[in-house]
Design a protein around this ligand. Structure first.
Ligand SMILES: Cc1ncc(COP(=O)(O)O)c(C=O)c1O
Length: 363
């Protein structure tokens, strides 16, 4: 095998990002300032139909501060998926509230509305589903459950920049929505997060919480954190924001090519009226998923990823006896193939050939 490795993800950093960082370094204004303010308003315009956003230093901070700003704390329960990155449940636990794990539906990997309803108690204050892999969760059904039971809806949109339900962008449905800007995400600021809300009081509390409780210097109003984004990170994010929609189109075209050509594996589905932004292109391999991934790597030099092999309710900090059958089977079967915008036609053809041959050999 003498072909180059095809990585499962590849951040794209070009000359413009480097020049933008240089300009900030030359300005001497390194910490949170005008670059961050511009990034916030541009993010709102490009990805959120103008809904206000607040920049923070990571997606995890965004979820944590969003929950605190929405009034979640000790004694409360928030329903989350178990099939997600641990930051979803961690951000709930960090407020002092308890994450309650519900099951997913098997086609799109979003929270299953029936399982959500079955987990509501008199301590439930909110539901925080995840737009996993870049496919929105079932927003109409889960919003209806939230409304019926008087609960808040929070969106973990860490993986779903620009995804939409019937033309409306994710991040605009809940009390708040949070995006991650980690390097492997659809766009990056190096590290970073963006929280969006339409509620002026939640927005104000978010701004206070990220900056030691201060809106004005030394007039601290509450106990806050230092979760500020730097101007350096914002400068990278502003450049990436001008490219993310084009990259998303490329991801969607790459996914369409894989859909049309893969054989012998279960390809991802897209619900009618939903826009999938393919943070991940996730197939299901029903027999020996880990052996399948090993063969792609060792025989064809094609990378892949398993998101996520361990359901969060089985992780050491949580360990609760929940029966979540769809979560269990997804954790055993999912495999994410490269779909990022840097793939060449030749890369895509190699991925198809590798997957189809490994699937055929295992059949
Ligand atoms: C679903 C989900 N939630 C939250 C996060 C946390 O984001 P960050 O890594 O920026 O803290 C991530 C990032 O990996 C994620 O995938």
């Amino acid at each position: 095998m003498n072909q180059d490795f095809i990585p499962p993800a590849k951040p794209i950093i070009g000359t413009e990002e480097r020049e933008a960082v240089d300009a900030v370094l030359a300005s001497g204004q390194l910490a949170q300032g005008t670059e961050v303010a511009s990034f916030e308003s541009e993010f709102s315009d490009v990805l959120l139909d103008g809904r206000p956003s607040v920049a923070v230093n990571s997606g995890t901070s965004g979820l944590h501060l969003g929950l605190l700003a929405a009034g979640i704390g000790q004694g409360d329960e928030v329903i989350v998926p178990s099939f997600t990155f641990a930051a979803t449940a961690n951000s709930v636990a960090l407020t002092g509230a308890t994450p309650i794990f519900a099951d997913i539906e098997p086609d799109y990997y979003g929270l299953d509305p029936k399982s959500v309803e079955a987990h509501i108690t008199d301590r439930t204050k909110g539901i925080m589903p995840v737009h996993l892999y870049g496919h929105p969760f079932d927003v109409p059904s889960i919003s209806a459950i939230a409304q019926k039971h008087g609960l808040q809806l929070f969106e973990d949109a860490a993986q779903a920049h620009g995804a939409a339900v019937n033309g409306r962008r994710v991040g605009t449905f809940g009390t708040f929505g949070t995006f991650s800007l980690y390097p492997t995400k659809n766009m990056t600021s190096g590290e970073g997060g963006m929280v969006t809300t339409n509620d002026p009081e939640v927005e104000r509390r978010l701004r206070l919480l990220r900056n030691q409780g201060m809106e004005r210097q030394y007039e601290n109003e509450l106990v806050g954190f230092n979760c500020r984004m730097t101007n350096i990170h914002a400068a990278i994010g502003r450049v990436q924001l001008t490219k993310v929609m084009g990259w998303t189109k490329q991801r969607q075209q790459n996914a369409a090519f894989l859909d049309a050509n893969l054989q012998g594996v279960v390809t991802p589905k897209v619900a009618a009226g939903y826009e999938h932004v393919y943070h991940q292109y996730t197939i299901r391999v029903t027999e020996d998923r880990d052996g399948f991934a090993r063969a792609l790597r060792e025989e064809y030099n094609v990378g892949s990823g398993v998101y996520y092999p361990v359901p969060n309710h089985e992780l050491a900090p949580y360990r609760v006896a929940e029966h979540l059958p769809q979560t269990a089977s997804a954790a055993k079967e999912v495999l994410s193939l490269p779909v990022h915008p840097s793939l060449s036609t030749n890369d895509l053809e190699r991925i198809v050939e590798a997957v189809n041959k490994v699937a055929k050999a295992g059949a």
